[in-house]
Design a protein. Sequence first.
Length: 385
Amino acid sequence: MIVKEKKHIVHHHLWTRIKPRNINFRHYFGGAAFLLILAQFITGLYMIFYYEPSVRDTYKTVQFFNNETLLGAFTRNIHRYGAFLLVAAAFIHMARGYFRRDYQGGRKWNWITGVFLFMLMLLFTVTGSILPWEWKGYWMMEMFNNWLRTFPLVGERLYDFFMTAYTPTRNFAIHDIILPIITFILLEIHCLSRMKKRGFWDNMARQSVAALPLIAVLVALAVQYPVPTEDPEVLPLPMDGQFIPAPEWFFVTFLLPYWYFPARVIPVYLFWLPLIFFAALIALPYLNKRRRKAHGEEDAATLKKQRMMSLAYIGTGAIVSTVLAVGLFWGSVKGPWMGCNCCHNVAMGDRMGIPPVTYKDTKRNPLLLDNRWMMRHWYEPQVVW
């Protein structure tokens, strides 16, 4: 009896240490995003040992890792779906902070670093999608360059630099060295310093228990919908897998204006609006400060004005969130997952036509400079070519 009581006490003490505290919709996604960052770091480290960032052999090493190494396919799928869920969790976490005004008071730098961390997550999805260097990765780089081209004053210089100097090796350095270093510096300011004061490992244990449902979803996606690995031996249909979550969906969504708007207004949607959006997010702690409680009763006009301002604030956030969600859904429906190799594969014949000899030469093939054609060709290659 004494032994059983001791075991019960030990189990009860362990559960009280790891039991999630105050975990609900408002607090869930911040801890989940941090755990997903750690998962990306661990799986990325494993893949680095087999990855060779060279134009000729990069995808061969990816195939070897996926098909021949211990838990290679599972690791790559966890990394891929982890990236998708990470951006989604970070977005929900930031939206929750916006509606709750978590940037007010003494949490200004917590909010600002969070905004920059979200921007870094988007950069991770772009550079990570390029890394395998199959056709999808190549076209992802092309569209990223086209987006940079919309920047005023420096756009053409950025485009020329990345078109002539951006290689898998440099992309690897950005994705696996530069961005992780910046991320962990920002994480120290954003949450790690507070977690250490509260007890890092106890906090991690509680967050891990709370995130078990999300971890289950991540593992299920990795097992049920593996990343295509037989390219270029097996040619998928252009629109196969269009509903399977992929991290590049987030970036492709911002490129939809290439298809739907005239060229003269594209910089408004691809540069100025995102710039204003992120600048407004960073400036929120300075623009919307916490009001001190007034002594005495406020008059009806003041209360009405405050209610109207709150409704406008909430309405703006709801509209922006809805537009981004609809854009993500629309981009995911329109964007073929399997890449362009289904059409352009010299080794396997002309399925829908082998690429022209000028498919990398912007001078001999002016269509490569036509951003709207490029975007439409990516979305519906069997229609626009």
